[in-house]
Design a protein around this ligand. Sequence first.
Ligand code: HEC
Length: 177
Amino acid sequence: MKKSIVLSVVVATMFLGCSDNSSKNTEQTSVSKAKEQVAQSVKAVGEVAEQEVEKNIQTSSDAIKEVADSAKEIASNIKESSEEVVADALSSAKQSIDVASITKACVGCHGLNGEKNTMVSSGEGVPNTLSKDELKSALEGYASGGLNKFGKGVMMVSFAKNLTAEQIDAIAEAWGK
Ligand code: HEC
């Protein structure tokens, strides 16, 4: 009898201990499961946030690149067009210097821009009333000695003869309409 009491106490204790232990274990398991879940959700949220940030960085760096590219394009366009403007200005400055040096011999009778003819009293023979083509062929005509439009063609021969084809073109371009 005594023996069986001791045995049942031992068994009971074992049982108690067991159940106690197992409930503790279950508690621990669910706590660590919950912890793990929390950790996982935190990790997942972190990953999503990281992806979002990366996406945003990508988008904004794309946008920055786009802006930079178009700024670059605008800058190069400005550079190109200002180079063109400068080149145009230089070439037309050079042309007027060239024309001025070529027409030095002419201005006494025709003015700086071929706008008069001091030798023809009727008011005719004014170079800048001619078209570029007419001006060119008039100079060629005087150079060959065959042209005499207002009875004073001979006055033009020596001046026209001194001109090269390029100089005639330049005068026609500058004075002709
Ligand atoms: C000494 C004065 C004199 C000088 C310098 C002179 N010309 Fe003339 N030019 C004349 C006269 C005069 C005529 C008219 C000739 C004629 O009767 O056909 C004329 C005619 C012309 C014409 C034709 C005009 C027209 O209505 O058909 C042109 C173009 C011309 N000159 C250009 C020049 C050029 C360019 C130079 C300089 C390289 C020059 N001349 C120098 C006196 C001059």
